[in-house]
Design a protein around this ligand. Structure first.
Ligand SMILES: [Zn+2]
Length: 216
């Protein structure tokens, strides 16, 4: 993800496996595995915590992170300014199955299995369709769905982060909003058809066989 500072710098954060960003009150004690901490002008602090230390931080001039060689293999952030429809549609012009392509971190950074399954469902697109078989309207729906799902996920995971800091350890609430992910055999919220599960590229894929038809 990319955080833009007012001073004209971008902080590029690659969470990898265990890294996470915490937004804490100024007084709160730093977590045990704190790697970096920024004091913010509103008195809060932004903390990067990473148990296994695989995560990376890069401070670069605004908009120039693509020039940093070690970042070349990281795709754009789905809520960021670079995730335009043009970028997305251009990236779709290959035969790769859409599910596999959306999980490719060099295309879009940080989209996991949950977001991909939910976005494909929202857009009504079968996960095994070749990416280049999507029409422009389908690609538009999918582009929008990805942003919406990630926004929803961020919103409901936020709760989990603050609870965690209170020491209550509440899980996030995003799972209550999932339509297909890990809901195999449950009824599709749109049409009532049982949700199916198949393996694509070694990953479980959940979809509605009626709302998400394979291409002809
Ligand atoms: Zn359905």
């Amino acid at each position: 993800m990319i955080i833009r500072f007012e001073q004209g710098m971008d902080l590029v954060v690659h969470l990898r496996m265990t890294g996470r960003l915490l937004y804490l009150d100024g007084e709160t004690q730093l977590p045990k595995h704190t790697t970096a901490c920024w004091k913010l002008t509103n008195g809060k602090k932004l903390v990067f915590e990473d148990t296994r230390k695989f995560g990376t931080l890069h401070l670069v001039p605004a908009g120039e992170w693509e020039a940093v060689s070690s970042l070349k293999d990281i795709g754009v952030e789905p809520l960021g300014a670079y995730f335009t429809f043009d970028y997305f549609y251009q990236g779709l012009q290959r035969k790769t199955k859409i599910k596999v392509l959306l999980l490719d971190q060099t295309f879009i950074a940080g989209l996991g299995n949950i977001y991909v399954d939910e976005s494909l469902f929202q857009a009504g697109i079968h996960p095994e369709r070749p990416a280049d078989s999507l029409s422009k309207p389908e690609a538009k729906r999918l582009h929008q769905a990805i942003r919406q799902m990630v926004e929803l996920g961020v919103k409901h995971r936020g709760t989990s982060i603050s609870d965690y800091l209170d020491g209550l350890g509440h899980p996030g609430e995003f799972q209550n909003f999932l339509a297909v992910y890990q809901r195999t055999a449950e009824h599709c919220p749109k049409c009532g058809t049982p949700i199916a599960r198949i393996k694509i590229g070694g990953r479980s894929s959940h979809f509605c066989p009626n709302c998400q038809r394979p291409s002809d």
